[in-house]
Design a protein around this ligand. Structure first.
Ligand SMILES: [Zn+2]
Ligand SMILES: [Zn+2]
Length: 367
């Protein structure tokens, strides 16, 4: 069994949720230390890890990033953590890349940094790593994600994944309770929330933009059905292919929510629960990745860059440190039925290809 699959088999069976990747990060940090990296654990008080390999010679600072967290699912009525986004695969690939680079003689110039971040799914892991100083010296940052089968099959890889911006907006409407026989004495929070759902559905951005806004949760229950409910919670999921579109969309959604509350005499508390920026991808970084993919998978293995309505917290690194050249690629692995599906599975032979592509990227930048 290859080292990568060995790592995968271990990590796959200890899935841990965001910021709780204790066993996962201990396993990875121990392996990196044993390989000879300078390892810093608990970046910014989290489970995040930075491992550094110095060449002793001047040159660029290249960082590879992996995510470590699993997702929370409800399966047979039980809350369970499960690796359904393949972050166990990402960690296995980046860990093996790091080990093999050192075993094969290290790097000829500059510095190699290996980042293992917590909490990608929560959208805050990359922010915690950046605020902990993990990438202050980095010139180029590369990340990757396994792709669903319909987007990219085994044997192919995508040199640049153009992820969308996303935002999760929660609004809690506060009305006034009253007996159902005397609705005129109350303020029905359900009405305000329902109005807001329709108001958001009535938003029109320019048809030339790619975007989406829809309510995904509506909670309202006064406990009895003959009472006017005083509170309603509505959550919306917003998507936009461009960061500018998201700025406008968010402003319109907030206005729709506030004016709906006002129309019914309710008040409203609005919170952005989660937010990820759209991809900011550098051409030089994509060039390095594309050459590496071609070397490992041949011309037929290199696809065109692709856009996805999905989001990645990787792009917080580049939002917060725009001087860094960022590249993000996608690896085909015959992944079905889909990311975040409780039964998600993929061809584990793809992991070895991921290691080869990343090693080729490192050799191209650091020798
Ligand atoms: Zn995910
Ligand atoms: Zn993921």
């Amino acid at each position: 069994m290859s080292q990568t699959v060995e790592h995968f088999n271990y990590l796959h069976h200890i899935p841990e949720l965001g910021f709780e990747e204790f066993k996962t990060s201990a396993y990875i940090a121990d392996k990196l230390e044993a390989a000879g990296f300078q390892v810093t654990r608990n970046i910014n008080g989290t489970t995040g890890i930075v491992a550094v390999l110095e060449s002793g010679r001047p040159g660029p600072v290249l960082a590879l990033r992996a995510d470590m967290d699993a997702l929370g699912h409800i399966i047979d009525g039980q809350h369970v953590a499960r690796h359904t986004c393949g972050h166990d695969g990402h960690s296995s690939v980046v860990l093996t890349t790091a080990q093999e680079i050192l075993a094969e003689g290290g790097i000829k110039q500059g510095r190699l940094k290996i980042l293992f971040q917590p909490a990608e799914e929560l959208g805050t892991g990359a922010i915690a790593m950046t605020e902990g100083g993990a990438i202050d010296d980095v010139d180029m940052l590369l990340g990757f994600h396994l792709r669903p089968l319909e987007e990219c099959p085994m044997g192919q890889a995508v040199p640049a994944m153009y992820y969308s911006a996303s935002a999760t907006v929660e609004a809690i409407f506060h009305g006034k309770a009253a007996h159902g026989a005397r609705p005129h004495l109350g303020v029905n929070a359900l009405d305000a929330g329902a109005h807001a759902v329709q108001a958001v559905n009535g938003i029109h951005l320019s048809p030339s933009l790619t975007w989406s806004a829809k309510a995904t949760r509506f909670l309202c229950d006064a406990g009895v059905t003959n009472s006017i409910p005083s509170e309603a919670t509505v959550v919306w999921d917003l998507r936009s292919a461009e960061n500018e579109g998201m700025t406008e969309l968010k402003a319109r959604v907030l206005r729709a929510i506030e004016s709906s509350a006002q129309a019914y005499g309710a008040s409203v508390d609005i919170r952005i629960l989660k937010e990820m920026p759209a991809a900011i991808i550098d051409e030089d970084a994509t060039g390095v990745i594309a050459s590496a993919i071609r070397e490992v998978l041949g011309d037929a293995g290199l696809t065109e860059p692709k856009s996805t309505p999905g989001s990645e917290d990787f792009f917080h690194y580049l939002r917060l440190r725009p001087q860094i050249k960022g590249g993000f690629w996608g690896l085909g692995a015959n992944l079905t039925p889909g990311l975040h599906h409780p039964e998600m599975h993929f061809d584990r032979d793809a992991l070895a290809l991921g290691v080869k592509v990343f090693k080729s990227c490192v050799r191209r930048v650091l020798g």
